[in-house]
Design a protein around this ligand. Structure first.
Ligand SMILES: Cc1cc2nc3c(=O)[nH]c(=O)nc-3n(C[C@H](O)[C@H](O)[C@H](O)COP(=O)(O)O)c2cc1C
Length: 348
């Protein structure tokens, strides 16, 4: 039997304690210098009986520590399901512990409902006022006035009318409106030639290195001419492919951070990244941040298209990632749902 430590470990100080985070499992383990010493020896597979050889201290106590580490999947047994999952992380997550700790630790968070959120905000306010949310040029020596923007220009009119709207009329949205939103978000315009490095999709939104890590998925709940279900938007063909029907699916609020308003959604667009697309070219952890930034461009275009189509939309980053990904059939390490946009019929 051979063992090695998990690749998904980070140690931090919490007050007077040293703790070990197994960020893939979202588990925290209080640890001692001896634990770290044992783990330091277990970078590569070694026979279980050799793991503690020559280690100072009481052999029985050391063996007990190792047993606990194994029981917590901090140290992995070769061939176990936990070791296979760890191997999958090693094979597919190219951005190391810096980005991995952040990415995996923030998945599947417990959200609080709107009432509790309000109470919490009151508590924060009691601790001190919010910082100012706008910055004036007052006090600078040179301040240049800018010419006013012409809001009668149809382009600026659309930009100006974009709002996040969370109240939806109980009627369907049109397939045309949904298709326009998806095209605005990730529609394919052309495929550029990158010479020896192949061909790069040029889409409606900018993408770092034109790697286009995002795929859009749609939960259609009330879309004219579309059976309810979970669909994949292929920008290549501008089609929706049914991934699964939505029989037995939980209410949207369970997938979207306990936000009751999402239950009126006619459709939910999920922004899902396939990390390998970006990581193949960009190996530094910064690339993870670049992937996150791309959400903003896609979100903005979808909301603008929704505004133009006269339907309501609102973004949300509060997600039950694992449950959404199970419904969409995504891989847990290679892919992730990073954002959602709720669409619904507007009130006349
Ligand atoms: C990255 C991002 C995350 C957001 N997440 C949520 C959310 O979880 N729930 C929500 O109700 N609104 C969410 N919003 C919408 C903001 O609350 C909204 O944009 C803000 O109040 C400004 O209003 P406007 O979009 O109408 O201009 C999010 C917006 C952004 C850009």
């Amino acid at each position: 039997m051979r063992i090695r430590r998990a690749a998904t470990l980070v140690s931090t100080f919490e007050n007077d304690k040293t703790v070990l985070h197994n960020f893939l499992r979202k588990e925290i383990f209080e640890c001692t210098p001896r634990v770290l010493e044992i783990l330091a020896r277990l970078a590569d597979w070694i026979p279980l009986e050799d793991a503690l050889a020559g280690l100072p201290g009481d052999p029985a106590a050391n063996a007990e520590i190792l047993k606990t580490l194994i029981s917590r999947d901090i140290v992995l047994l070769e061939g176990s399901p936990a070791a296979e999952r760890d191997q999958r992380y090693r094979d597919h997550w190219r951005w190391g512990a810096v980005a991995g700790f952040y990415h995996f630790s923030l998945r599947d968070l417990e959200f609080i409902d709107a009432e509790r959120k309000l109470e919490q905000l009151r508590e924060y306010k009691a601790e001190g006022d919010s910082p100012p949310l706008l910055t004036s040029n007052d006090g600078l020596d040179v301040v240049e006035p800018l010419p006013p923007v012409n809001l009668d220009d149809p382009f600026y009119d659309i930009l100006y009318r974009r709002r996040s709207r969370r109240e939806y009329a109980s009627k369907p949205i049109s397939l045309q409106a949904l298709g326009n939103c998806l095209f605005a978000g990730k529609g394919l315009k052309e495929i550029g030639d990158a010479g020896e490095f192949g061909r790069l999709p040029l889409t409606m939104t900018p993408s770092g290195g034109a790697r286009n890590p995002f795929e859009l998925y749609v939960w259609a709940r009330a879309v004219e001419g579309l059976a309810p279900g979970f669909y994949h938007y292929s920008s290549l063909e501008h089609t929706l492919g049914l991934v699964r029907d939505d029989d037995g699916a939980p209410p949207p609020s369970r997938l979207l951070g306990k936000q009751e308003w999402t239950n009126g959604a006619a459709a939910v667009v999920f922004l899902c990244a396939t990390f390998e697309r970006s990581a193949w070219k960009y190996r530094q952890a910064l690339a993870y941040r670049v992937v996150l930034m791309e959400v903003g461009a896609i979100l903005q275009n979808v909301q603008l298209a929704a505004t133009h189509a006269g339907i309501a939309s609102s973004p949300t980053g509060a997600l039950a990632e694992t449950e959404i990904e199970r419904l969409l059939g995504l891989e847990e390490i290679e892919q992730a749902t990073l954002f959602a946009i709720v669409l619904g019929a507007g009130h006349e």
